[in-house]
Design a protein around this ligand. Structure first.
Ligand SMILES: Cc1cc2nc3c(=O)[nH]c(=O)nc-3n(C[C@H](O)[C@H](O)[C@H](O)COP(=O)(O)OP(=O)(O)OC[C@H]3O[C@@H](n4cnc5c(N)ncnc54)[C@H](O)[C@@H]3O)c2cc1C
Length: 292
């Protein structure tokens, strides 16, 4: 058994977004934002070294989770995974996100961990991040000079590295409104329940008269970042999704991933099950992933 000691840092407790931005501008790379802390506090016991931690605990106005059929879903910086599970709108209109939140860690973790923290961590295993990657979304990043929108498609650059600048606070994520015929789903495999994913997959399909009009297919734990599978998406787009097509899709998946061996699984196992998982998640979306 090992034990680790938390490094010393100054805990800064701003009470407004402008105060957060001022602190970020002052400390830049020598500073981290503390939201739920479920990743950050672990990292601070290992090799992540900053002298200043800016907590969002006392900052109001960041916990909005709202849905509008024309505007879509807005997820504020302090919205927790438990908030997502409790949302009937998410369950109805964004099944992939709801399913990812439902199996995420433990009740205690879900009450603390935030959706935006999951995105900012840039883990290739992030469950809610993966569901949102399939659904699409734009992050609002704010610094003292203003706000910019960054698509999730452009956000994760490499393992643990994002397009966020050190003086930026992620304020919210906007997920597009559901379209007619949109179906989505998420599935993961773990060593035990309540463990991090050893492989996960999420899809969003737009169906009309039994034909897939367009598809977003995302996988985790099979590369340094979460990835989309463009060749698989191209195979599904414009096609009727038959068992034969799903067999071809399943074979194609292995060609689009670069898994590695780690403590949760082997590259070989991941390569073998990836196609099966994608096939299952597509079937789940088609059977249970309605957005109405
Ligand atoms: C026991 C355990 C089980 C877990 N199980 C799962 C699981 O099943 N699935 C899964 O995907 N993850 C899991 N995780 C990982 C973790 O819980 C999630 O990634 C969580 O969503 C992180 O959110 P947080 O609010 O705790 O982030 P924090 O730890 O507060 O922050 C994470 C990172 O994001 C940055 N950050 C946070 N908020 C912002 C913001 N608004 N703007 C800019 N930067 C920000 C922080 O500075 C830090 O670098 C688990 C972790 C533990 C310890």
């Amino acid at each position: 058994m090992t034990s680790r000691v938390m490094r010393d840092f100054d805990l800064l407790l701003p009470e407004s977004v402008p105060e957060v931005l001022e602190l970020l501008a002052d400390h830049k790379d020598n500073c981290a934002i503390l939201s739920g802390g479920t990743d950050l506090l672990v990292a601070l016991k290992f090799d992540y070294a900053v002298d200043n931690v800016v907590s969002l605990a006392l900052v109001p106005g960041l916990d909005d989770l709202s849905f509008d059929p024309d505007q879509g879903l807005s997820i504020g910086a302090k919205v927790t995974i438990a908030d997502i599970v409790k949302s009937q709108d998410v369950k109805t209109y964004y099944p992939a996100l709801w399913q990812a939140a439902k199996v995420f860690a433990t009740p205690q973790l879900r009450n603390t961990a935030t959706v935006l923290g999951n995105i900012m961590r840039a883990s290739p295993a992030g469950d809610c991040s993966l569901a949102l990657y399939a659904l699409g979304g734009d992050l609002q990043l704010k610094n003292a000079s203003g706000v910019r929108d960054v698509s999730l498609d452009d956000f994760w650059l490499s393992y643990g590295v994002t397009a966020r600048q050190s003086d930026e606070l992620a304020i919210s994520l906007r997920v597009p409104p559901p379209t007619a015929g949109q179906k989505s789903a998420f599935q993961r495999m773990t060593r035990t329940t309540e463990d991090l994913s050893k492989i996960n997959a999420a899809v969003s399909l737009t169906m009309a008269d039994g034909v897939c009009q367009s598809a977003r297919v995302a996988m985790g734990c099979v590369g340094p970042t979460l990835i989309r599978l463009p060749k698989v998406e191209a195979m599904l787009g414009g096609a009727e999704i038959t068992e034969d097509l799903l067999g071809e899709v399943s074979d194609m998946v292995a060609a689009e991933i670069t898994p590695i061996d780690d403590i949760r699984s082997s590259a070989d196992y991941r390569r073998k099950v990836a196609g099966i998982l994608v096939r299952r998640v597509i079937n789940l979306a088609l059977t249970e992933g309605n957005n109405q």
